[in-house]
Every structure is written in C-alpha cells, then in structure tokens.
Write a protein that binds this ligand. Structure first.
Ligand SMILES: Nc1ncnc2c1ncn2[C@@H]1O[C@H](COP(=O)(O)OP(=O)(O)OP(=O)(O)O)[C@@H](O)[C@H]1O
Length: 263
C-alpha cells in the first residue's frame, strides 16, 4: 500500500507555535504515510489541539514547514484544505442540526460545486447533473457508514453517537486522502465507540485514507493506531508503534509521574 514514490499525505518539520509567552509547540516534526492511522496523544495541555489546528490552518505556525501531499504550504488556509484532499471532524460537531442527514453530508461537498445558484434555481441541465452527482456521493458515503436508513432524518433528532457518524460522513464526502479526527470517541457509549472504531479501520483498510486521530481514550488509541506521536509540554517525546510507545519511559513518566516509573 505504501510505496516510496507516493507523496506523503502530511509532513511537519520543526513546527513551533507561540501564544505570547506560551510555547504551545516546540519544534515538532512527524509524518503521516498513505493509509495509516496516526494518533497524537499527550497529557492535558500538551499541545494536541494546537497541533491539529496548525495542520488544519486554523493557527499559523510561528516557524517550521508543512507539506501536504508533497506540496510545501507557506500559508495554509482552512478553506483551501478540502482542495488539498484534507478533511476534518470537530470535537464539538460542525453540523447543521435543523437539516437532514443527507443535507449535512452534502455540505461536505459544497466547495466542489461549480454550478451557480441561479442555474440551480432554474433547474438547468448542468445543475441537475451536479445535483445527481452530489446525491450519488451522499448515498455512497451513507452506505459506507450505515446511515442509509437515516438520510431524511433531521440531525437534531438523532442520538449523539449517530451525529458523530454524520460528522464523519460529512468529512468523508469530498474523497479526502487525509482525515483529521478530533476526539471521535468523546461522549460515545462503549458500543458506539466500537462502531466508530470499525468505521475508522475500514477507512484505512478499504479506502486507503490516512487518518490523524486525537483521542483521550488510550485503549482506543492503542487498538487502532499504526503509529503514535506523544506530546508533552509542546514537545514530541515519543513516536512509534503502540507497543514501543507503551513501553517508553518518557511516556510513562509524562502520563503517570516519576513515582509510577520507579514502582
Ligand atoms: N488560543 C490560545 N491562546 C493562548 N494559549 C493557548 C491557546 N490554545 C492553546 N493554548 C495553550 O497552549 C498549550 C497547549 O494547549 P492545547 O489545547 O493545544 O493542549 P491539548 O493537548 O490539546 O490539551 P487538552 O488535552 O487539555 O485539550 C496550553 O498551555 C494552552 O493553554
């Protein structure tokens, strides 16, 4: 699946980020290979959200380089991300609660629409063709995530766990190569977490999508990830497979304190 010639979905080199006197990220480097699940973990305040926000262009790094699909990006803007093949979900869902599941999934394709609103209102042939393409994609993504029977339901009437899946479907709609998932398991029941984990695995295994995951549930992270980056106080303290990270003394110290390591 991973070939040396394929451009990496993401490469970060020496990324630093300051908020006034706070050094939220200190020279963080890592990459994401095609079709791998890459988790970013660390104690509270370690810099996980800051890193996710730099990757998605919400924050501008104070220094360092970001390459997406091999392209060096000098000024990364959130609205350009989709065009670069990157999509994200948000910890506090970015859905339209009053709209249907289908309309919410379709909103993930809004940036791809080429036909003017006027042509759509007049029902011109190119508008009908575009609408048919959007509907086909919405149906495809819904089938992938088991949402087909819910397409006409208003999002606000659905359980939170299903809303999280709709948010994932919205992000998936635009065929991303790289998907950023911000706490996909937060607020889910054990059963919902298992379903979400199966979906994330299928994105990697069946569609070859690379995934970056920020997640507090360490059990989920260890079970799902191919490689894990560990942050502490804005620095990368470990980077490797779940087994390697689990045994890393710096990681044990960061999570449990020095006493635990000695125990
Ligand atoms: N917009 C901001 N303005 C000022 N300081 C910020 C801002 N965002 C984050 N920080 C600071 O940067 C550091 C890293 O925070 P960040 O939210 O990235 O950590 P985190 O690992 O995501 O934490 P948590 O697990 O608690 O969400 C913290 O010291 C935080 O207070």
């Amino acid at each position: 699946m991973f070939s040396a010639e394929a451009p990496l979905p993401l490469e970060l080199k020496d990324i630093s980020l300051r908020f006034g006197g706070i050094h939220a990220l200190k020279s963080v480097s890592f990459d994401v290979r095609p079709g791998e699940i890459r988790a970013i973990i660390g104690p509270n305040g370690a810099g996980k959200s800051s890193l996710m926000n730099v990757i998605s262009g919400l924050y501008s790094a104070s220094s360092g380089e970001i390459r997406i699909g091999g392209r060096l990006l000098h000024r990364l803007r959130p609205h350009r991300l989709a065009g670069l093949g990157v999509a994200r979900t948000f910890q506090n869902l970015a859905l339209f609660p009053a709209l249907s599941v289908a309309q919410n999934i379709a909103s993930g394709l809004a940036f791809r629409r080429k036909v003017s609103l006027g042509a759509q209102i007049l029902g011109l042939p190119q508008a009908r063709r575009e609408n048919a393409r959007v509907t086909a994609r919405v149906n495809e993504v819904a089938a992938l995530l088991g949402l087909t029977g819910l397409l006409d339901r208003r999002v606000s009437t659905l359980p939170y766990g299903v809303q999280k899946q709709v948010d994932l479907a919205r992000a998936l709609a635009a065929w991303p190569h790289l998907l950023l998932l911000d706490e996909p398991m937060a607020g889910l029941t054990v059963t919902e977490k298992a379903a979400m984990a199966r979906h994330i695995q299928a994105l990697r295994d069946d569609l070859g999508i690379a995934v970056i995951l920020i997640e507090h549930d360490i059990g989920v992270v260890m079970g799902l990830s191919d490689r894990i980056v560990v942050l502490d106080y804005g620095m990368k303290i470990a980077d490797g497979t779940p087994d390697a990270v689990r045994r890393d003394p710096d990681v044990i110290r960061a999570y449990l304190g020095t006493d635990a390591e000695a125990a």
